[in-house]
Design a binder for this molecule. Structure first.
Ligand code: GLU
Length: 452
């Protein structure tokens, strides 16, 4: 799935070679490192102190990696063993922060790529949070609530010793939603005898969670698109939008596109995608995916304007805007070519690293406005930081207030990326801009805090 890596300038080539030699079996991690290293060369040229201070060599190595056994007993009484991970990548800007992913594909390469991205994404939000990621190869699909609970309790029985509101603050990601977060938080509370609200984000709003956290990643990605279009005097109004995925990010991206006058025409899951030219009905999508936990084809049985395409991804559908919001490497060079041929104007990554390097290169060459995940999907973790603020001050902000704050943070994230791209001689290139702006913040803090 991973494209061949393009040659890197000499300033960063050595570091990349070291990463490949040290972690030869981690293609996703190598891909994430390659993207950052290729984008930050102009930053290193302008800041020799970053080179002298060994910032690049240090940042590609996690501060700490935790890999652990997660034994649990299924409903039939059989013992199961999964593998748990937490990669604490950087705490230079704040406590480690990043989600947990439960999915059968999770391995150290996936967790490290996500944790590495998270450093720069979190820096871009300007919210004082470090970068981390974790998870397990456990698959919640098809498990009973009791099985999910026992797994979460076993997972937290090990991980709790590495967490804390000033140490490491997890949240959700693929396969970790409200149910899992409840079980994980409950076990932490029992073991530590502390109701420590700030040690987890994405909590239920009844017990310390923040308004808009559920919607934040999807809403934020659409706000990011709004900002990219506004630079050119354009808007979402009347524009057709392809969204992939049908989880949290996709569902609320679809919701916000509709609210802003666009027409979201697709959604997908691992079985295929749906096209609904009348615009996806968010309530029906949520009913199918969240309540029934059914396959997405169920949607078309209840909606005349929709059809289901089995075993494919939605990128052949002609649209003005694409929001890949499912998972890594879900949009390749051919998909990019199809989107470009149909005249796509903007692409923003709701998921983490959904576009392959060749797809990103194709969009940039074709002049498509391209918002990379570490900028476009930063709204989720930014709202997690708002949740931490509310927990620390024992306040509760309203939905409208929280959404206003999210919208303004996404405007700031956009502007930081946009301005950095101009500053470093790549106007309009949000890949360079987002990586450069995030990296600059991390690098200055690392220099100030010494060799640690
Ligand atoms: N998993 C989300 C992300 O990829 C959110 C992390 C968080 O809120 O800590 O950014």
């Amino acid at each position: 799935m991973t494209d061949a890596f393009a040659a890197l300038p000499s300033a960063v080539r050595g570091t990349f070679d070291t990463v490949r030699a040290r972690d030869p079996h981690e293609p996703e991690f190598q891909q994430a490192v390659h993207e950052v290293l290729s984008a930050i060369v102009p930053v290193l040229e302008r800041h020799p102190a970053f080179v002298e201070g060994g910032i690049v060599e240090r940042i590609v190595e996690p501060e700490r990696q935790i890999v652990f056994r997660v034994p649990w007993v299924d409903d039939s009484g059989r013992l199961r063993v999964n593998r748990g991970f937490r990669v604490q990548f950087s705490s230079v800007l704040g406590p480690y922060k990043g989600g947990l992913r439960f999915h059968p594909t999770v391995n150290l390469s996936i967790v490290k790529f996500l944790g590495f991205e998270q450093i720069f994404k979190n820096a871009l939000t300007g919210q004082g949070i470090g970068g981390a990621k974790g998870g397990s190869d456990f698959d919640p699909h098809g498990k009973s609530d009791a099985e999910v609970m026992r797994f979460c309790q076993s997972f937290m029985s090990e991980l709790y010793r590495h967490l804390g509101e000033h140490t490491d603050v997890p949240a959700g990601d693929i396969g970790v939603g409200a149910r899992e977060i409840g079980f994980l938080f409950g076990q932490y509370r029992k073991i530590t005898n502390r109701h420590e609200s700030g040690m987890f984000t994405g909590k239920g709003v009844q017990w310390g969670g923040a308004e808009v956290r559920t919607e934040a990643t999807g809403y934020g990605a659409v706000f990011f698109v709004e900002n990219m279009l506004a630079v050119h005097g354009e808007s979402l109004d009347g524009r057709r939008v392809a969204v992939s995925g049908s989880g949290n990010v996709a569902t609320y991206a679809i919701d916000k596109v509709r609210q802003l006058g666009g027409i979201p025409v697709t959604a997908s899951d691992s079985s295929g995608y749906i096209v609904d030219d009348a615009g996806i009905d968010v309530d029906l999508l949520r009913e199918v995916k969240e309540v029934q936990r059914a396959r997405i084809s169920e949607y078309v049985t209840r909606r005349r304007s929709a059809r289901f395409v089995e075993g494919a991804r939605p990128w052949a559908v002609p649209v003005d805007i694409a929001l890949p919001s499912a998972t890594q490497n879900e949009l390749d060079e051919q998909d990019a070519a199809a989107l470009i041929a149909s005249g796509v104007r903007a692409v923003a990554e709701g998921a983490n690293m959904p576009s392959t390097p060749a797809a990103v290169a194709a969009f940039r060459d074709a002049g498509v406005l391209f918002g990379p995940g570490k900028a476009a999907n930063a709204g989720g973790v930014a709202t997690s930081a708002l949740e931490m603020s509310q927990n620390a001050s024992r306040q509760r902000w309203s939905f409208a207030d929280s959404e206003d704050k999210l919208r303004s943070i996404m405007g700031d994230v956009h502007d930081a990326a946009f301005r950095a791209a101009e500053r470093y001689g790549h106007p309009g290139d949000y890949v360079v801009g987002a990586n450069a702006a995030g990296f600059e913040r991390v690098a200055h803090a690392m220099l100030a805090q010494g060799v640690i």
